[in-house]
Design a protein around this ligand. Structure first.
Ligand code: NAP
Ligand code: SF4
Length: 677
C-alpha cells in the first residue's frame, strides 16, 4: 500500500545515528519532571510515544542547577545520583526502539523563585522576582552547569540534549539588547552577546564527543522589542553549526511577547516560513514548529519547504499513536490536538500535572488504564456531546455493546457550537475522531432520537450525558424580538444586526464577541487571519522580512464588523476568568477590534429602544439592534432523575453539573466512567 506521507516517514541520517522518521516530539513540561517519584510515570509516558513510532523525543526542560529552576523544586540534573531516575526514561524509550534527548533549560529571569539570575538584572514583565546580575564568574558557572548536565544526560543514556536558546530564557536573554545591557565580554556587540550560547555549545560538544545529538533551539523570531535581527540570527546559526550543533530547532516568540504563537487562532503551520528562511544559511538539519497538528500539514511542509523535521508537542499528548496511525494511512483515526491549551499549558502554569483535553490519559498512563471488559454489557449513552461521545467510545473499546442516542441530527453537542467560532474550527476534528471510533468499535449511533425512560429499560447500564441548555433570564422584555440566545446565533438560526449588546462575558460571551466582530466575508479568502499566515502576520504586526529587531512591525487589526458592547454584572476587568495562556489573546483581540467592555451592569429591561442598564448608579440605554444572551448554562438532567432509582444509571458532563462546564471535565468524566463499567 502506498503511504500518504512519504516525506514525514522518511528516515533522517545524522551520520552517527539515524532517526526513523521526521517527527520530533518537542519539549513540553508535564509536571512529572519535578519529582523523582514521578519518573516511572514519565518513563511510561515517553515509552508509549516511542511505541507510537515517534522519531525523536525531547523531554520537558531540566534545569542545570537550582538558579535555573522554572519554579521551586523543579526538576534539575546536577549530580550523578540524579541520573538514576533518568535511566528509567532512557531504558523504557530504548526498549521501545525510540530515541530521546533531554532538554537543558535555564530560565534566567523567567524563573518563578527568588534565586534567579540574568545578564543585567532586569525584571521580566511576567514574573514577580527581580533577578540577580550574573558576575563574570557567575556566567562561567552557568556555562559549566550546562556542560555538566549534558554529560550527566549522556551518562543517563539519552541520545542527546536540546539546549534551550529561545522563548526568552537565559541564553536568549544574553542574545538581545533588550535584556543584555552588559559592557564586558558577555555583552554590548553581537559577537559578545552570542558568546554565552557559543561557549555552551563548544564546551558541550568537547565534553560529549562527536556521537551525541546536540539540538540547539534558536529564537528565530523573538517578537519582542529590541530582539534579534534576522542577520544576527543567521550569524548565530552558522556559528552554532561550526561549533558542533547537530540539529537546529526553531523557537518563535518570547513568553512575554503579546502575539499568539500556538493558540487555536494561529493558522496551521503559520511560522514555517521562518525556518524556511534559514535553509540557505546552514547545512545541518532544521526543525520547524508551531501549529502543526496533522500528518497532512506536516507532509506538505516537509515536501515543499526543504525543512528536515517537524516538531509537534501537543499533538503527541493528544495521540501517542499519531505517527503509527500515519504509517497505516489512518489519519482519520488520529485524536487531533485542537490547540486549546486548556489541559496542557494551562495546567503547567497552575503547577498542575499536564494532560490533554481530548485525551485525559496523557501523562496519566499508569493511573488510568483502559482494560477489555470480562463481562460485556448492553449500555445506552444518552447525549452525543463530548461527555457522551467519550464514554461511548471507551465502553465500546472495552467490549461493551453500546448505543448512543443523540436528540439532534448530528453528534458533537456544544463542540458543534464552539467549532463555528472564528479560529476554532479545529474542534470539528474531535467530532470526526469520535465518529471514526464509533465505526471501528461498532457503536450503534442513533441520531434524531429523543429517548425517554421507557426506551431505556432493557439496558444493563444507562449513561445520561444530556448536557446543558442556556440559562433563561428573568428580565422585562426577555421575549422581545431583539433577543437572541447564543446558540441560535452560532447555529445561524438568527442573524444579528449592526449594533449588539452581549449579556454575559464568560468564555461564551467572549467567543460571541469574536464571532460578531469578525468580517465573515473574509472566510476562505487570502485575508482570513485564522487560515492565512500572511494575513495573520499582518494583523498581529509580524515582519515577514524580519528586518526589524525582534520581527515586530505595526499591527494592523481590522476594526470590528459591528458595534459591540460586552457586559457583565461583576465589577472589574472582563475576561478575568478566561484561561491563563489564551485569555489575554481574546481580551487583546477584542480590544483591538474596538469592542466596548462594560462591567458592573444591572440589566433593567429590553424594549424597542434596546437594552436598559444601570451602571455606576446611572441609567443608560444601549440602543442596539440585538441583545445576545450568554449568561451561562443550566443542566439538562430530568431523565436521570426519572431513572436513577429504577436501573443502573450514571450522569456525566454538563448534565451532572453545569457550572464551569468545560469539555475537559466532560471528556475526562466520560472516559473514566467508560473505563469503570
Ligand atoms: P460562564 O463562563 O459561567 O459565564 C457566564 C456569564 O454570564 C458571566 O459573565 C456571568 O457574569 C453572566 N451571568 C451569569 N448568570 C447571569 C444572570 N442570571 N444574568 C445575567 N448574567 C449572568 O459561562 P459561559 O460563558 O456560558 O461558558 C461556559 C463554559 O464554557 C465556561 O466555563 C468555559 O469553561 C467554557 N468556555 C470557555 C471558553 C474559552 O476559554 N475561550 C470559550 C467558551 C466556553 P456576571 O454574573 O458578572 O454577569
Ligand atoms: Fe492540544 Fe488542548 Fe490537548 Fe493541549 S489540551 S494537547 S492544546 S488538545
Amino acid at each position: 500500500m502506498m503511504n500518504n506521507y512519504p516525506h514525514l516517514l522518511k528516515p533522517l541520517d545524522l551520520g552517527f545515528t539515524t532517526i526513523k522518521n521526521r517527527v520530533l516530539m518537542g519539549s513540553m513540561h508535564t509536571g512529572l519532571e519535578d519529582r523523582a517519584k514521578n519518573y516511572q510515570k514519565l518513563a511510561t509516558f515517553f515509552a508509549k510515544r516511542a511505541e507510537g513510532q515517534v522519531g525523536l523525543m525531547v523531554t520537558g526542560g531540566i534545569a542545570p542547577n537550582i538558579r535555573a529552576w522554572t519554579a521551586p523544586m523543579s526538576g534539575f540534573l546536577k549530580y550523578k545520583f540524579q541520573t538514576k531516575r533518568h535511566k528509567l526514561i532512557t531504558n523504557a524509550v530504548h526498549q521501545a526502539d525510540g530515541k530521546i534527548c533531554m532538554q537543558i533549560l535555564h530560565t534566567g529571569r523567567y524563573g518563578y523563585h527568588p534565586f534567579i539570575v540574568s545578564p543585567s538584572g532586569l525584571k521580566s514583565p511576567i514574573t514577580p522576582f527581580k533577578p540577580k546580575i550574573l558576575t563574570a564568574k557567575g556566567v562561567e558557572k552557568q556555562i559549566n552547569s550546562f556542560v555538566n548536565t549534558a554529560q550527566l544526560a549522556q551518562s543517563a543514556g539519552y541520545d542527546g540534549v536540546e539546549i534551550m536558546g529561545s522563548e526568552g530564557y537565559l541564553i536568549n536573554q544574553f542574545l538581545v539588547k533588550k535584556t543584555n545591557k552588559r559592557d564586558d565580554k558577555w555583552g554590548s556587540d553581537y559577537d559578545n552577546r552570542t558568546r554565552f550560547a557559543k561557549e555552551i555549545v563548544e564546551r558541550t560538544r568537547q565534553a560529549v564527543g562527536p556521537e551525541f545529538i546536540i539540538i540547539f533551539r534558536i529564537s528565530m523570531l523573538d517578537l519582542v522589542s529590541q530582539g534579534s535581527t534576522w542577520d544576527e540570527v543567521v550569524t548565530l546559526a552558522k556559528e552554532l553549526e561550526r561549533l558542533g550543533v547537530t540539529i537546529i530547532n526553531t523557537g518563535i516568540g518570547w513568553h512575554e511577547a503579546r502575539i499568539p504563537t500556538i493558540a487555536t487562532c494561529v493558522p496551521p503551520g503559520a511560522f514555517t516560513w521562518v525556518t524556511e528562511k534559514m535553509r540557505p544559511h546552514v547545512n545541518i538539519p532544521l526543525i520547524t514548529t508551531n501549529r502543526i497538528n496533522t500528518p497532512e500539514i506536516a507532509e506538505q511542509i516537509l515536501a515543499t519547504n526543504k525543512i528536515d523535521m517537524v516538531s509537534m508537542a501537543r499533538p503527541l499528548l493528544a495521540d501517542a499513536n499519531f505517527v503509527k496511525k500515519s504509517m497505516h494511512n489512518q489519519s482519520s483515526e488520529i485524536n487531533t490536538c485542537i490547540g486549546c491549551n486548556q489541559a496542557c499549558l494551562d495546567h503547567v502554569f497552575k503547577n498542575k500535572r499536564a494532560t490533554c483535553l481530548v485525551n485525559p490519559l496523557a501523562c496519566y498512563e499508569t493511573d488510568y488504564i483502559i482494560k477489555p471488559t470480562n463481562q460485556a454489557k448492553s449500555c445506552a449513552v444518552v447525549g452525543g456531546g463530548p461527555a457522551g461521545m467519550a464514554c461511548a467510545k471507551t465502553l465500546a473499546e472495552r467490549g461493551h455493546n453500546v448505543t448512543l442516542y443523540e436528540g439532534s441530527e448530528k453528534l458533537g453537542g456544544q463542540f458543534n457550537l464552539a467549532a463555528n467560532i472564528p479560529g476554532k474550527d479545529e474542534f470539528f476534528h474531535t467530532i470526526r475522531y469520535f465518529k471514526t471510533q464509533f465505526k471501528k468499535y461498532n457503536v450503534n449511533v442513533q441520531l434524531n432520537s429523543k429517548v425517554n425512560a421507557s426506551n431505556l429499560v432493557a439496558y444493563d447500564e444507562v449513561i445520561i450525558a444530556t448536557g446543558v441548555k442556556p440559562r433563561e433570564l428573568t428580565l422585562e422584555g426577555i421575549d422581545h424580538e431583539k433577543v437572541i440566545v447564543y446558540n441560535e446565533l452560532i447555529s445561524k438560526q438568527k442573524v444579528a444586526g449592526q449594533k449588539v449588546a452581549i449579556i454575559g462575558a464568560g468564555g461564551i460571551g467572549f467567543d460571541i464577541a469574536e464571532f460578531l466582530s469578525e468580517d465573515d466575508s473574509l472566510h476562505g479568502t487570502d485575508k482570513d487571519v485564522y487560515a492565512n499566515p500572511e494575513a495573520f502576520c499582518n494583523e498581529w504586526g509580524i515582519d515577514m522580512n524580519i528586518e526589524t529587531e525582534g520581527g515586530l512591525i505595526q499591527a494592523n487589526h481590522a476594526p470590528s464588523a459591528r458595534e459591540i458592547y460586552l457586559l457583565q454584572r461583576k465589577p472589574g476587568k472582563l475576561g478575568k476568568g478566561l484561561a491563563k495562556t489564551t485569555g489575554w489573546i481574546h481580551r487583546l483581540a477584542l480590544k483591538k477590534r474596538g469592542v466596548i467592555n462594560l462591567a458592573g451592569c444591572s440589566y433593567n429591561k429590553i424594549d424597542d429602544q434596546g437594552l436598559h442598564i444601570t451602571r455606576d448608579d446611572k441609567e443608560e440605554i444601549l440602543e442596539v439592534d440585538n441583545i445576545i444572551i450568554c449568561a451561562g448554562q443550566v443542566s439538562v438532567n430530568a431523565l436521570y432523575e426519572e431513572l436513577k432509582d429504577k436501573q443502573s444509571c450514571h450522569m456525566i458532563g454538563g448534565a451532572e453539573f453545569a457550572g464551569e462546564l468545560d469539555a475537559k471535565r466532560a471528556i475526562k468524566q466520560g472516559v473514566l466512567l467508560g473505563a469503570k463499567i
